[in-house]
Design a protein around this ligand. Sequence first.
Ligand code: NFS
Length: 656
Amino acid sequence: KKNYKEVSIDPTTQQMYERAQEMGIETVWERLEKQQPQCGYGLLGICCRNCMMGPCRINPFGGEPKRGVCGADADTIVARNLLRMIAAGAAAHSDHGRHVALTLLIAAEMAEKFKKEGKPVLELDNMASNTLPYQVRDVEKLKAVAKRLGIETEGRTIREIAKEVAEVALNDFGKQDEEAIAFLKAYLNPKTYEVFEKAGEKAGMPWFENGILPRSIDREIVESLHRTHIGTDHDPVSILLHGLKTSLGDAWGGSLIATELQDILFGTPQVIKAEANLGVLKEDYVNIVVHGHEPVLSEKIVEAAQDPELIELAQKYGAKGINVVGMCCTGLEVLMRHGIPIAGNFLQQEMAIVTGAVEAMVVDVQCIMPATVDVARCFHTKIIDTSPIATFPGAIHIKFDERRADEIAKEIVKTAVENFPNRSKQRVEIPKEKMEGYVGFSVEAILKHFGGTLKPIEDAIIEGKIKGVAGLVGCNNPKVKQDHNHIKIANELMKRDVLLVGTGCWATAAMKYGIFLPEYADTENVGPGLREFAKEWGIPPALNMGSCVDCTRILVLADMVARDLNVPIHALPVVGSAPEAMTEKAVSIGTYFVASGITTHLGVVPPVLGGPKVVKILTHDLYDIVGAAFIVEPDPYKAAKKMYDHIMKKRKELGI
Ligand code: NFS
């Protein structure tokens, strides 16, 4: 049995973990314990299961076997395994992006169809009609994205523009020519573009003709699987170069499409105050937790929960109303756009159920533990899976269909409401802790705040008031005490006057500890320069930029600064970090940060240490190829120091 203090620094997690132990409920920490000792070959990345001559493993101590049955050595195996992780991460983000693009297309096509059927034309041409399951909520953003892509906007209806934007996005997934994807060309500054273009040559592999410019989002993912098939690519350099290319298809393709088109459909986030942590669950309300990643679903659940009939039904059952809260990235999506409270990050999904106060956890895709179903069995909680690609044995399946979004969302909310009478009141224990914070710092919101330009930030960096910017992202991992590294690294960087921008489960962690409050600038965890800057502009010392696909907002911001200073992104005093990384998506993000020129720290060692050449490429050689590389450092204090040193090096190179 673990002491509750070992698992998390979050008092709500500690409380619920103890409760779970008392009730004999197994959680992620017990399951991790039961896996000990974890397979050493796996941890080092030197086992290969890519063909049926295997599985093969390499002796990490230099003895035999030095090669797999086919002859692959440790570096080939490690590089191949890593490429498959990147491909899976890029696939998850990008399939999400595709789904959003298809939703926009479906909505535009439905508007066309309804118009032909004689329904009110203006509303449909503007895609504002609520006969459509999804509308265009941000016309300005639609036009801005269209303009970037070179799509004509003059004299055209919103519907026509939206349709073409969706089509250009979808074309980026499956096109077969050799050119870079349209979204990358539309968003990336020329100097960084050139770095991508020349990466093959620089790595001594001129047959990478367009370097690491992704040709199509899906193609690079498929090619990753092809290259790593037995008997195909064996050179760690080319395998990893393709890894960079695949991750760039995620960054400047799949994820970017997800973010931009979600803003078009649901509105671009603006600064708003909200609350975080398990204390946002309400004892006398029907509690619905939306968990997963795609706002295509969670937006509709939020809407349906405001339906007067459903609220009345909840009241009939003795509840005061319906309380929707978020978990993980889909939680961040509705937090950013509507200020819906977020109940927690990755390691709190089981904890939320242990409160006994959750009527339904509505899930879609990614980062949802199958164990939620087992924990839910100990309570009245219903796990409702909604995605046709993610079915949970033991859950209720109410599969989502964009065309009938409103109807299905209402059915889901009704299922939750009807479960309220099954709640056992004496088994409810909701932790009190919750924290307020400002969220919604999209690039657009940041620009608005600073008067339409990034100049105030750039000037503060040049003056040295702010030393640089760090993008903090990524998961929780039960191998790390929950939120411990997130907060330590954040504080250590802010103390050194580094402005933070962040996403994903890092952002939820930061919010829970008050870092997104302007008052946080007064604490001893923030250096004098950053404090002064934050106060001058009335911002917190760290900005919440959204979910993990919104890491592209960080890239777009970096791109704008690079343009302003007329340098490639890798010249900027900017670093990235995933202090508690866990998913394959985090591996893809880390890789695309590095490929885009942002040196990135990983706080959890990825399974690469068995391949010395691979380690050298990732932490060293990539500086010569893309101008950035990985820093791997589990100790948060040392990590922050290394990141800061990198920022100072970049300042020196820039002559500031
Ligand atoms: Ni990002 Fe979101 Fe959290 Fe990690 Fe999972 S929720 S996409 S992968 S665990 S940050």
